[in-house]
Design a protein around this ligand. Structure first.
Ligand code: SF4
Length: 180
């Protein structure tokens, strides 16, 4: 039987959700007999293949134009999209910047920090632009499964992947559902 293909990517994040994925430890070995991870930020291949994957996983909120492109690309290339972590599922930590304008955020980060001398905001067409507001993934593309938690436990991620392997959209409750 062909393996289920899985691609992951990250947006406006710390790496905690991907670390939780790795924390599955021996479950990861077990899963790898049934799934193939085609790409992820922590493997050599970073972008989901053009031919698509069965399951796409996104961590992090959508805060700039690059992250919005990455979220849309994953949606286009996967059959089932899973948003993992508070940031991806409900905006999490990046929500803190939503009371400020993008200019305020950049000025604080590049000019006003106490350790900065003669700072300036970098400007280049190569650099993604901050969106007016940071938002959870489901406000940009359709999400099939939201798994909150900061980060969600390795057991929760394992549960979600096992359910998907069984052909079910996971129903999250009890120990698998945490809002941190
Ligand atoms: S949900 Fe928590 S652990 Fe995951 S990316 Fe956001 S801040 Fe990091």
């Amino acid at each position: 039987m062909p393996k289920v293909t899985v691609a992951t990517d990250w947006l406006d994040v710390c790496a905690g959700c991907h670390m939780s994925l790795l924390d599955m430890d021996e479950h990861l070995i077990e899963l790898l007999s049934k799934i193939e991870i085609t790409s992820s930020p922590i493997t050599d291949l970073k972008e989901p293949p053009e031919e698509g994957v069965d399951v796409g996983i996104l961590t992090g909120a959508v805060s700039d134009t690059h992250q919005r492109r990455v979220a849309r690309r994953m949606r286009e290339r996967c059959k089932i999209l899973v948003a993992i972590g508070d940031c991806a599922a409900m905006n999490g930590i990046p929500t803190m910047r939503n009371d400020l304008t993008p200019d305020d955020v950049l000025t604080r980060g590049y000019v006003e920090t106490e350790s900065t001398v003669d700072g300036k905001i970098p400007k280049s067409r190569e650099i993604a632009r901050l969106l007016p507001q940071s938002m959870p993934v489901h406000e940009v593309v359709k999400v099939d499964v939201n798994l909150p938690g900061c980060p969600p436990s390795a057991e929760s991620i394992y549960f979600v992947l096992k359910e998907l392997l069984e052909g079910r959209i996971p129903t999250l409750s009890g120990e698998y559902l945490k809002y941190d």
